[in-house]
Ligand binder design. Structure first.
Ligand code: PNS
Length: 163
């Protein structure tokens, strides 16, 4: 079985992430979306909330992807890959600015465990998009509809109203 992981913080998932996940699901037998827990980072949504938002976004997507599963992990991504028999990491590349760090991580992950990283060019429609920018725009009342799944839009509004 060819299995890949799409790792990230997903705080929250954006339409750019979703696009990469759905496209990866057509290339692999199974795609595991791994929400990586980084205890040093403050997040807007808890791990459980982020996983639920991803699951809902995939469920509500018009093009079904029954081979996508959502999990969480802490520690090294390569240890997660080893424990699940995952051979490939799929990452979206938005721009050259992503490349240096992504290449460094890809080479380190390959060195640590022989895991391959495949870069998928993001849909140009979402090339400027990041979770941090979405949160910043939403926090100041900007319109992020069309940039995040509808279910995220609703939770983002609720969460930011709560403060
Ligand atoms: O969405 P993000 O925050 O850009 O994703 C980065 C992430 C979580 C994929 C990356 O930081 C990661 O793989 N973290 C897990 C810890 C790890 O394996 N670190 C060594 C990377 S070479």
């Amino acid at each position: 079985m060819r299995r890949a992981v799409c790792p990230g913080s997903f705080d929250p998932i954006t339409n750019g992430h979703l696009d990469v996940i759905m496209r990866a699901s057509k290339l692999f037998d199974e795609v595991v979306v791994a929400v990586l827990i980084n205890k040093t980072k403050t997040t807007l949504f808890s791990v459980e909330e982020r996983m639920e938002l991803i699951q809902d976004a995939i469920r509500e997507h018009p093009d079904p992807a029954p081979n996508v599963v959502v999990e969480s992990s802490h520690g090294l991504l390569v240890d997660f890959c080893r424990s699940r028999g995952i051979q490939s990491i799929v990452k979206g590349l938005r721009a050259v600015s992503d490349f240096d760090y992504e290449l460094q991580m890809a080479q380190m992950n390959n060195r640590l465990a022989g895991v391959e990283t495949l870069f998928m060019s993001t849909n140009p429609q979402y090339a400027f998009l990041s979770s941090s920018l979405v949160k910043e725009v939403a926090r100041y009342g900007g319109d992020v509809s069309g940039l995040v799944p509808d279910v995220v839009l609703k939770h983002l509004r609720d969460r930011l109203v709560q403060g």
